[in-house]
Design a protein around this ligand. Structure first.
Ligand SMILES: Cc1cc2nc3c(=O)[nH]c(=O)nc-3n(C[C@H](O)[C@H](O)[C@H](O)COP(=O)(O)OP(=O)(O)OC[C@H]3O[C@@H](n4cnc5c(N)ncnc54)[C@H](O)[C@@H]3O)c2cc1C
Length: 381
């Protein structure tokens, strides 16, 4: 008997895991697949996985991030409290210039926070700092364990998806290899949660690209009860482990750029912030996070790009025809440097739109990028 799922989610990072969880909660028969046999083998496994609000002067992205932060915190505490440590997160200005900006940011801190001055920071072991914001309710996920905990609640197959075919209203997965019979895996809907490897359809208009980052986990006895971020992230000491992490490297060949020493910069900066003299490296992680062109997440339907370009050639000169989408094809991607913040709320939005027909929030709907991208095509040609 051919099994037809309601939805197959491709990619078992935090985006795919949360999408699978949200759709299952809505009563769908779902299947999560990944080319790896375990969850969080991509960017999600490398993440420092801080869950904290964005600071700034009240941009729309800041508002959305804060909304997602509030939701994520509650989501992790309700369903997966074992893998979310509410350590508090201190946002420390990068330098004196940045410190001045924090005063301007203050009115836009719309979740609970307090100032913590540099003297108080010293007493809790944080050096070379300026007056900072402490977000007491923020915290840190154990990235891999969190993904695994969600993954364990949903059906999963290891499949390296090569391409997808849509026939008679059902999607069929064509895989490079997998143990099950090929004709055995079909679904009414597909959700692409493939991170920076966004190659299964023409989705150039979303401008998904990777930024490389690294994380080091260190054994330490340092008493550090709070996590902090000052151009790099330093976690609290959780069960004898302190995590250092950052994603900054847009280079195509990040290993060349870091010269085989992915943790060097992290260790140098951490030394200025805390007493790292007893740090002993336990494990190194490197990974790519996927961001969109405008840094907002990408949630919703996928436009049929070849059809639109062929049918409406005037689109590259500014015509605005009605958009046509790939049948029953959705995505959750572009979570940038805040995958663990955005994923739970974006997954909820996606599930509500797929199951209840609720309109996707315009800020995250990928449609926003399409026409602009088409006009740029003309300039290039
Ligand atoms: C060093 C570092 C630090 C970070 N720190 C934080 C932080 O503090 N807080 C925060 O919120 N975020 C942080 N991030 C960002 C966060 O990790 C990402 O936003 C998040 O992991 C994106 O998740 P994803 O599920 O979209 O992608 P991924 O985790 O990359 O998952 C994509 C999955 O898709 C699978 N896949 C792709 N193509 C196929 C295919 N054809 N067939 C089958 N499977 C496929 C891959 O194997 C992979 O498992 C950090 C990232 C890095 C790298």
């Amino acid at each position: 008997m051919v099994k037809i799922y309601d939805t197959i989610i491709i990619g078992a990072g935090i985006a795919g895991c949360c999408a699978a969880f949200a759709l299952q909660q809505k009563g769908q028969k779902i299947l999560l697949v990944d080319r790896s046999s375990v969850p969080a083998s991509g960017g999600s496994g490398a993440a420092g996985a801080f869950v904290s609000p964005k600071i700034g002067k009240g941009s729309s992205l800041q508002e959305l991030t804060t909304q997602a932060y509030v939701y994520a915190k509650e989501f992790y505490l309700q369903y997966f409290p074992k893998y979310f440590s509410q350590t508090g997160v201190i946002r420390i200005p990068k330098d004196a210039e940045d410190a001045k900006k924090f005063k301007l940011y203050e009115p836009f801190n719309s979740t609970e926070y307090q100032w913590i001055d540099k003297e108080s920071l010293k007493t809790i072991g944080i050096n070379n700092a300026y007056d900072s914001f402490l977000f007491e309710e923020a915290g840190v996920c154990d990235a891999s364990a969190m993904c695994r905990a969600i993954w364990e609640r949903v059906p999963f197959f290891q499949i390296d998806v090569e391409h997808l075919e849509f026939d008679e209203n059902v999607w069929q997965i064509k895989a490079r290899s997998y143990a099950l019979k090929e004709e055995g895996i079909k679904a009414k809907n597909i959700v692409l949660a493939t991170g920076y490897q966004n190659t299964l359809f023409d989705m150039r208009y979303m401008g998904v690209r990777g930024t490389w980052g690294s994380r080091g986990d260190y054994y330490s006895k340092l008493k550090l009860d709070v996590s902090m971020h000052k151009s790099i992230s330093v976690s609290a000491n959780i069960d004898g482990i302190i995590k250092l992490g950052a994603t900054h490297n847009k280079a195509k060949n990040p290993c060349m750029a870091c010269d085989g020493k992915p943790l060097q910069m992290l260790e140098e900066r951490a030394k200025e912030m805390v007493d790292s003299s007893d740090f002993v490296l336990k494990e190194t992680f490197c990974g790519m996070r996927a961001g969109s062109k405008d840094y907002f997440p990408l949630v919703g339907k996928v436009i049929d790009v070849p059809y639109m370009l062929e049918t409406y050639p005037a689109i590259v000169r500014g015509a605005k025809p009605e958009l046509r989408y790939r049948d029953n094809l959705y995505l959750l991607n572009g979570l940038g440097g805040r995958g663990f913040v955005f994923a739970p709320l974006m997954a909820k939005m996606l599930a509500e739109s797929m199951v209840e027909g609720k309109e996707i929030d315009k800020r995250v709907n990928p449609d926003r990028l399409f026409l602009k991208w088409c006009r740029k095509l003309k300039i290039k040609n």
